[in-house]
Structure formats: structure tokens, C-alpha cells
Write a protein that binds this ligand. Structure first.
Ligand code: NAP
Length: 288
């Protein structure tokens, strides 16, 4: 029989820029596990045969991450979903059992919340404003609606407000979304009374990208969280910092969604030494 390493990996397109291999291979190395995390850049037509092979005995793959643009498209290949992934309607982590059954999880929302908690932000009674209504916003909005520390309000602005309305309507079929309001202009986000502003758009990734909120004011007590982590300080974060607001980029979210995914695959809690190696690998990866 052909010898192989237990394999994990990231399915998406494109995936070449991903830091996930660094983070997960660092964890395997620290744990002394003979496994490897690879990139699987797949075109849409390759998804079906890939997942069909995954279910066959003899496949070396025991766990996956899923990224843009397939987080919703892979739902049909799952044999079961975690309650949270079912609510979000998207999967970013797949666990493959010994019997080749696939369970879909979503660690984006919990990863974001874990980082928010680490930053000392408690969502109870808070007013949250979100820019963007795509895949990442979907996971974040879901976690904000389900968390026991319920925010007072969640306002969403997307350049395409129909998209934001469709998102809320879709989520509303699975849980109570009454605290969410779609706004049609940046003015209506009422930033001066907001406690948390989240950028869930890709605007800021390119050096030439504008600050979406130039000319607006934020309060000094506000936390401005940009999901983007490369560059480490987007124009939005610079703008917020200049006004005295607290800021964070999305590296912590990336880290915690990865830690939670690994814990699903291994079915163990990772200790501090392993997590430290994962975090250090992300920092190194961003520098190079
Ligand atoms: P996405 O599905 O493409 O969603 C982005 C949304 O923002 C789209 O609905 C887009 O509308 C909207 N948008 C674009 N420009 C806008 C503007 N000027 N004002 C308001 N809305 C605008 O992307 P995603 O997967 O949610 O990811 C969003 C960002 O989060 C990316 O930068 C991604 O790298 C980052 N992210 C980070 C993490 C992490 O772990 N830190 C995890 C996931 C995602 P159109 O479709 O009409 O352009």
C-alpha cells in the first residue's frame, strides 16, 4: 500500500497568499505529528470530484479549511453540520471521520468573538456598525445575534444594500435577526454613538484603497476592527487611531479561527506552547 502523510489543507481560489499552511504546519511540528497542511486551489468544476474523492477510503485528507468563494458552495457535500455552521449557512472547516463522513463547522464567527473578548470588548448592550455584507459579515452577524451578551443593535451597510437585505432575510429564516438593521448610507451608521465598527469589506487591502469613512467622526471609546491584516494598518485604522479610537486588525481573528479549526480536527484543546508557535508563524509570514 502507498504510504502517505495525513493531509489537511485549504480549498479555495485563489489561495496562494494564504498564511494557513504556516500556522497549521507549525502546530504539527510543535506537536510532533507527522502530518502536512497543503493548499488546494480549485476551480469551481473541480469541487465535485475533489469532495467525491475525499469520501473514498484511502484518501489521505482528514481535515480542510474552506475559503472564498466556496464557503457556501461546499454545504452540499457535508454529511452533517455543526449547529453554528447550520445557522451561518457557510462552512470554513471540514472534519473527515475515520468512516469518511464530512462534518462542516464555521470557526470564523467564534474566531472573531474570541479575539474580541481577548481585546476586552464585551458585546452586551453595545451598538455595532458593520461595513460589508459578504461572507465574513455573515459569520460575524450570526455570532453577534446568538451570543448571550446580546448587543443593543447591529447596523449593516453594504455598497449594494440589496445584498445586505438579502443576507439579513436569509439569516432571519434560521434565528432572530430583529436587532439587525440595514442602512442605506454611511451617515445612517450613526458612528458618533457606535461602540464597535467592523470593516468586513476588502477595501483597504490595496495601498491605493481609500479610507471609507474619511470626513466622519468616531468616539474615543469606540473600537474599530478591520478584518484585513495585510497591511497591518489600513487607512481606516490609521484614521480611527488619529481620532483616539481603539483599533485592531484581523490577524487575531485569523489566528483564532485557525486554532478552533485545528481543535476540531484533532479533537483536543491546544496548549499555550502550540498556540504561541502558530501565532509566531503568522507574524513571520506577514513579515516575509
Ligand atoms: P466578500 O464576500 O467579497 O464581501 C465583501 C462585501 O463588501 C461585499 O458585499 C462587497 O460588495 C462589499 N463592499 C465592497 N466595497 C464596499 C464599499 N465601498 N462599501 C460597502 N461595502 C462594500 O468578502 P469576505 O469574504 O466577506 O471578506 C471581506 C474582508 O474580510 C476581506 O478583506 C477578507 O480578506 C477579510 N477576511 C478576514 C478574515 C480574518 O480572519 N481576518 C476572515 C474572512 C475575511 P460587492 O460584492 O458588491 O463588491
Amino acid at each position: 500500500m502507498e504510504q502517505y502523510k495525513s493531509t489537511y489543507g485549504l480549498v479555495g481560489y485563489p489561495v496562494q497568499h494564504s498564511l494557513s499552511p504556516l500556522m497549521h504546519n507549525a502546530a504539527f511540528q510543535e506537536l510532533g505529528v507527522d502530518a502536512v497542511y497543503k493548499l488546494f486551489p480549485l476551480q469551481e468544476g473541480e469541487l465535485e470530484p475533489f469532495f467525491s474523492d475525499l469520501k473514498k477510503d484511502g484518501s489521505p485528507i482528514f481535515g480542510l479549511n474552506v475559503t472564498v468563494p466556496y464557503k457556501e458552495k461546499v454545504l452540499v457535500y457535508m454529511d452533517s453540520l455543526s449547529p453554528f455552521a447550520e445557522k451561518v449557512g457557510a462552512v470554513n472547516t471540514v472534519v473527515v471521520s475515520a468512516k469518511r463522513q464530512l462534518t462542516g463547522h464555521n470557526t470564523d464567527g467564534p474566531g472573531f468573538l474570541t479575539h474580541l473578548t481577548e481585546l476586552g470588548f464585551n458585546t452586551a448592550g453595545k451598538r455595532v456598525s458593520i461595513l460589508g455584507a459578504g461572507g465574513a459579515a455573515r459569520a460575524i452577524v450570526t455570532v453577534l445575534c446568538l451570543v448571550p451578551e446580546r448587543p443593543e443593535a447591529v447596523l449593516i451597510y453594504d455598497i449594494d444594500h440589496h445584498k445586505a437585505e438579502a443576507l439579513v432575510q436569509d439569516l432571519g429564516q434560521r434565528f432572530d435577526t430583529r436587532l439587525i438593521k440595514v442602512v442605506h448610507s454611511l451617515d445612517d451608521l450613526n458612528l458618533e454613538i457606535s461602540d464597535l465598527l467592523i470593516n468586513a469589506t476588502p477595501i483597504g487591502m490595496k495601498i491605493s484603497d481609500p479610507c471609507l469613512l474619511e470626513g466622519f467622526q468616531v468616539s474615543r471609546d469606540m473600537l474599530v476592527y478591520d478584518l484585513i491584516y495585510n497591511p497591518a494598518e489600513t487607512r481606516l485604522l490609521k484614521w480611527a487611531k488619529e481620532q483616539g479610537a481603539k483599533t485592531s486588525n484581523g490577524l487575531g481573528m485569523l489566528f483564532y479561527q485557525g486554532v478552533l479549526a485545528f481543535q476540531h480536527w484533532a479533537d483536543v484543546q491546544l496548549d499555550k506552547a502550540v498556540k504561541d508557535k502558530m501565532w509566531a508563524s503568522l507574524k513571520t509570514g506577514l513579515k516575509s
